[in-house]
Design a protein around this ligand. Sequence first.
Ligand SMILES: CC(C)(COP(=O)(O)OP(=O)(O)OC[C@H]1O[C@@H](n2cnc3c(N)ncnc32)[C@H](O)[C@@H]1OP(=O)(O)O)[C@@H](O)C(=O)NCCC(=O)NCCS
Length: 155
Amino acid sequence: MNAARPPGYVLRVAQDTDIPAIEALDRENMRAQVERNYPGSWDDQCSRDLIARHLAQARIMDFAGQAVGHFYWWQDPPGTAILHSIQVMEAHRSRGLGRWMLAEFEREAIAAGCHTAELAVFEDNRARNLYDRAGYAQIGMDGPHAYVLAKRLTP
Ligand SMILES: CC(C)(COP(=O)(O)OP(=O)(O)OC[C@H]1O[C@@H](n2cnc3c(N)ncnc32)[C@H](O)[C@@H]1OP(=O)(O)O)[C@@H](O)C(=O)NCCC(=O)NCCS
């Protein structure tokens, strides 16, 4: 998938010092969704540990020198790229940034030798539209309230 870089936005490799901002945006965007679907399951420490463990594959999106979004992923099993988090601050949404980051994730996954991209999305999350348009298809469920979507990656 190709997507143009929206003017003014840049992606960079995340640093240790970015962990608090990644954690804060994950919490701001996802906590209510997670808690609505699986009450009591949001865990700040677990979220922090996950980010720290996968920091090498975390990308920060900056605008005017400020972090306004991110994504991070890992392989499990090798060859399958799991997009665990893709986030844009509310004020910056619906201008093509999600599409751009998704395309960058796929480009990196292909470069790392992956043949498949996978992610989970809650059934009540309209982010599903973004993934459908990018060619993802449902392959199963992640618990009773989230779909697992996948896409074959072609170099
Ligand atoms: C999902 C998200 C990363 C997309 O980024 P974006 O820059 O808004 O996306 P784009 O402008 O490239 O594409 C627009 C699409 O994004 C999705 N989107 C936009 N606002 C959204 C929101 N508040 N919540 C969920 N998805 C949203 C929709 O699929 C939208 O398409 P639609 O208008 O046809 O429904 C961003 O909206 C976001 O951070 N949402 C909250 C966190 C989240 O749900 N992350 C995904 C977890 S699976």
